[in-house]
Design a binder for this molecule. Structure first.
Ligand SMILES: [Ca+2]
Length: 315
């Protein structure tokens, strides 16, 4: 608005009160008139000059707006002669901001001189939980910020079967079957059985797992951490590494070394339970303690016929 009014005033002065006015006063009042004319001329020149300055500043304003649209950062002259800092590209974990030095009072951009700084360097929060694991030998999850997804029965391929799956499965107590749940004339299949503790030796089961468990069926619980997102089963570690949270610990178990059915190695809880009514010695999938053999393994630390502890840890 100021620019517009100024321009109108200058325009009127130039067209209606310019050199033609000076000519009228010159003939009647001598030097006073000349002085008056001089003053008017200076005022006119000043107005013309001011108008040029306004024109220049108007152009600069257009340049700044164009710059802002192109670079996405405000082209504003601030104390010290810099543009505003650009927006940080991250909200955590460390990013970079940039600003540009401005030349002179008119705020013209000096694109060759830019500054950068770190922004939002605080550590990103760990995602809200999500680590999941099977707790072998237990019907509950640790009371340390975990939710129990479900509790169940450990199962797996029968120890005499050379084919089939090698992994143990935690079958839920309350399964939800699909629309087809009947005995079909299937010719070829693979089979899963319940799992038993096969832990023998005087006091061995009590020492390792806190109870006499031999021949009993094995429960399990599927657990999910509410706060931690990483999970790992650490072998030969009865305690977690620094910075990791212990979910449970125990000893490694797997199938017998000469049985035809190969099995994964799992971590059995050091305070394991039995499934009620599951004491029959039916020998489906079996769990035996895992022990080290020295020689190829460095000894120490790995001694002959020693059981191997384990820790399930989250972070
Ligand atoms: Ca058995």
């Amino acid at each position: 608005m100021i620019i517009v009014i100024f321009a109108v005033v200058v325009s009127l002065f130039k067209t209606g009160c310019g050199t033609a006015v000076a000519g009228v006063f010159r003939g009647s009042s001598g030097q006073r008139v000349d002085r008056r004319i001089q003053i008017l001329q200076e005022q006119y020149d000043s107005l013309v000059m001011d108008n040029a300055v306004l024109q220049m500043r108007y152009q600069q304003l257009e340049e700044r707006l164009t710059y802002q649209e192109k670079h996405g950062i405000a082209y504003i002259v601030v104390s010290g002669g810099y543009t505003d800092w650009s927006q940080c590209e991250v909200t955590c974990g460390g990013g970079t901001q940039t600003r540009y030095k401005l030349c002179g009072e008119d705020g013209k951009n000096c694109t060759q001189t830019q500054e950068s700084r770190s922004c939002n360097t605080q550590e990103c929060p760990i995602s809200a939980g999500g680590a999941m694991y099977v707790r072998y030998g237990r019907t509950t999850c640790p009371e340390n910020g975990t939710d129990m997804v479900y509790t169940g029965y450990v199962s797996g391929s029968r120890y005499t079967h050379s084919g089939g799956g090698v992994n143990y499965l935690c079958l839920p107590v309350d399964p939800v079957f699909g629309p087809v749940n009947s005995e079909l004339p299937i010719i070829h299949a693979t089979y899963i059985y319940g799992a038993e503790y096969e832990v023998f030796g005087e006091g061995v089961s009590q020492t390792l797992f806190g109870d006499e468990l031999a021949q009993h069926d094995v429960p399990c619980a599927v657990c999910r951490s509410r706060e931690r997102s990483s999970v790992f089963v650490f072998p030969a570690m009865y305690e977690c590494h620094d910075g990791w949270h212990s979910e449970y610990n125990g000893y490694l178990v797997s199938g017998y070394y000469t049985h035809q059915s190969q099995k994964t190695i799992e971590c059995m809880d050091s305070h394991s339970e039995k499934i009620d009514g599951g004491s029959a010695n039916l020998n489906g999938a079996l769990f035996y303690p895992v022990v080290t053999k020295s020689g190829v393994l460095p000894s120490p630390p790995y001694l002959d016929d020693h059981v191997v502890p384990c820790s399930v840890c989250t972070k």
